[in-house]
Design a protein around this ligand. Structure first.
Ligand SMILES: NC(=O)c1ccc[n+]([C@@H]2O[C@H](COP(=O)([O-])OP(=O)(O)OC[C@H]3O[C@@H](n4cnc5c(N)ncnc54)[C@H](OP(=O)(O)O)[C@@H]3O)[C@@H](O)[C@H]2O)c1
Length: 340
């Protein structure tokens, strides 16, 4: 292939609207040449992240917005096809969780944000999810902020999802009782039978607060929260003294305009601590985290599930699936064929 397909931002969705078919356009550009100190990567898999909605909004949050006309920021896994760096060789597989290579066939990097990954130790799409940003988010959020102790109860929302499923499994590995909240009976089975949580709560069926009380009779020591809103309120009601709330994501607030006031926020003040974080704050530890996650995987302690979709124009429908809760595991887009 001698052309570089790029997914470029064409128009920002109005307000909090979902991206649609007019949000991005596919442009064919030349394949760039690496300068001294750079590597050229053929991207093979692209990570679909809820955060992409934030990255294309006009106001910067924790990261600069993708400029209009710019290549869409996206975490990728690919193969080095040309290297002018001593530490990367042609044929190396790499992941770029920070998303600088972007949603395009070929991207240039100075190597600083690339992690070498081994397709013999895990399938390449897993490095875009449970062994990529989602795994690192779960790892640092739970271990650094949640600080679970053996015997404690760890409650996780969006527990069937890419991040939540890893958080619950790490809690279990650390000797905690993991309880997951997910939408629908099929996800409940995934949470219990594949990811090994002790119990699964279907927040769409009945009163989530009562279900948390039933599933966590000793209360909640750590709440790893991916959704916010009413689920956060309900979990705060059950938070034990000196409990920790890891604010990882706010899926339920994504389409809202930020007006929601949490009725039970005071309980975080009374009982414990509530702390948000951005996984990139821990970037210097990603290599170490990947090695530990891979070790758990090889011992059969950590399972990952990916839903791989083909195509270059599928990002809007992939994001729709994630925000509608229709994804089962991590959504990944395959845009290239591995030669290795
Ligand atoms: N802090 C960080 O650095 C960081 C890094 C990565 C991700 N995140 C955040 O972590 C969260 C999960 O991301 P992910 O990539 O792992 O996605 P995911 O959990 O695989 O998928 C998102 C899930 O959210 C649930 N959901 C959607 N709308 C909801 C609503 N209104 N109420 C409750 N649940 C809802 C759905 O599951 P159900 O079917 O179970 O409802 C959906 O499958 C996101 O908020 C993301 O932004 C944070």
């Amino acid at each position: 292939m001698n052309l570089n397909r790029q997914l470029r931002l064409k128009a920002r969705p109005a307000g909090v609207a979902m991206p649609g078919p007019d949000t991005w356009e596919i442009v064919e550009a030349d394949v760039p040449e690496p300068a001294q100190g750079q590597v050229l990567v053929r991207n093979l898999y692209v990570s679909v992240d809820p955060a992409m909605r934030g990255w294309i909004r006009p106001a910067p949050t924790y990261i600069e917005p993708v400029p209009l006309g710019g290549v869409m920021r996206a975490g990728t896994v690919g193969r080095v096809v040309a290297s002018r760096r001593a530490d990367f060789a042609e044929g190396d597989h790499v992941s770029d969780v920070a998303g600088g290579l972007g949603f395009q066939d070929f991207g240039l990097s100075d190597g600083s944000e690339l992690l070498k990954v081994d397709p013999l130790r895990a399938p390449l799409p897993s490095y875009a999810g449970g062994l990529g940003l989602n795994g690192f988010t779960a790892y640092f959020g739970l271990l650094e902020i949640g600080r679970p102790k053996a015997g404690e109860t760890v409650l996780v929302s969006s527990a069937a999802g890419a991040t939540g499923s890893v958080a619950g499994q790490i809690a279990r590995i650390k000797g905690c009782r993991a309880v997951g909240i997910a939408g629908g009976p099929q996800k409940g089975r995934l949470v219990r039978e594949v990811f090994g949580f002790a119990e699964a709560i279907d927040y769409r069926d009945g009163n989530v607060g009562e279900a948390i009380a039933d599933a966590c009779p000793g209360g909640v020591d750590v709440f790893f929260d991916n959704v916010g809103g009413g689920t956060l309120d309900a979990a705060l009601m059950r938070l034990n003294r000196l409990g920790r709330v890891v604010v990882c994501g706010t899926m339920s607030q994504a389409g809202a305009n930020g007006e929601a006031v949490r009725a039970h926020l005071r309980l975080a003040l009374v009982h414990g601590r509530m702390e948000g974080f951005i996984a990139f704050e821990y970037a210097s530890g990603f290599r170490e985290a990947l090695d530990e996650l891979l070790g758990w995987r090889e011992q059969g302690l950590l399972k990952a599930q990916e839903e791989v979709v083909e195509g270059f124009d599928v990002l809007p429908e992939c994001l729709d699936r994630v925000f509608a809760g229709k994804n089962f595991g991590k959504m990944v887009v395959r845009i290239g064929q591995d030669a290795g």
